[in-house]
Design a protein around this ligand. Structure first.
Ligand code: NI
Ligand code: MN
Length: 227
């Protein structure tokens, strides 16, 4: 099965697994770097890591427009439920769910998770996706933490890590994260959306090549990799 992953800027990703389309952390219409608008995506599953606006801004509109299954923590599922989104899969840290396209584990993230209207958004998480033949970990918004070593024990083909600094780990801590996770390949995210999280991705990639065993792959928003 061919799996493709497209960066839609910031922390937003579009994953194609066979005939399935999975959208992670929908932030499109108001994102300065998103190559497409929310009306242009047609996911059957939407994964949500936490409640911040730059991860849920287009969640309700896309879920309502497509009927996609929303996979998120319990509190975010309740929040979208109150706005008329009924197709949800609530879960929480450490939990795993089997979906038609793969297994989804909600992993620990060190971050916060309030929702845009001030509602309690539960705990921030990341996602480990086990697809046929490919294991990919999305750190989502997180600081570096030593239990990344445990997540990596599954044998990761890919890791997607934030490098923007300020609100998440920065480039330097991401090198340590890569050495704990030991993925074969790594993609950077959550940078260059706004000036406060500007980073030099090619300098980062050079450091990854020098200081870790992983192969860095830097994408432009809208670019796709074969997993
Ligand atoms: Ni956040
Ligand atoms: Mn964020």
């Amino acid at each position: 099965m061919s799996n493709q992953l497209t960066w839609l800027g910031h922390g937003t990703w579009l994953l194609s697994v066979g005939e399935h389309t999975i959208l992670l952390d929908p932030f499109l219409d108001e994102s300065p770097t998103a190559p497409i608008k929310a009306a242009e995506v047609e996911p059957d599953t939407i994964l949500v890591s936490h409640g911040h606006f730059d991860h849920v801004a287009d969640l309700v509109s896309i879920a309502q427009g497509t009927g996609a299954l929303v996979v998120a923590n319990f509190e975010i599922c309740q929040w979208v439920g109150k706005q008329g989104v009924e197709n949800t899969q609530p879960m929480n840290l450490g939990g795993k769910v089997s979906l038609p396209w793969g297994e989804v584990t909600m992993t620990l993230a060190h971050h916060s998770s309030s929702l845009p209207d001030g509602s309690y958004g539960g705990t921030a998480g990341g996602f480990l996706l086990q697809l046929a033949g490919t294991k990919i970990y999305f750190g989502c918004d997180t600081a570096l933490f030593s239990d990344m070593e445990r997540i990596g024990k599954v044998g990761l083909d890919w890791a997607v890590l934030p490098i923007g600094d300020l609100f998440t780990m920065g480039p330097e801590d991401s090198l340590e994260a890569i050495n704990l996770l030991t993925p074969k390949q790594v993609l950077p995210a959550h940078y260059n959306t706004w000036p406060p999280i500007e980073q030099d991705a090619s300098a980062w990639a050079e450091q990854v090549s020098q200081q870790t065993a992983a192969k860095p792959k830097v994408l432009e928003p809208g670019e796709t990799v074969e997993l």
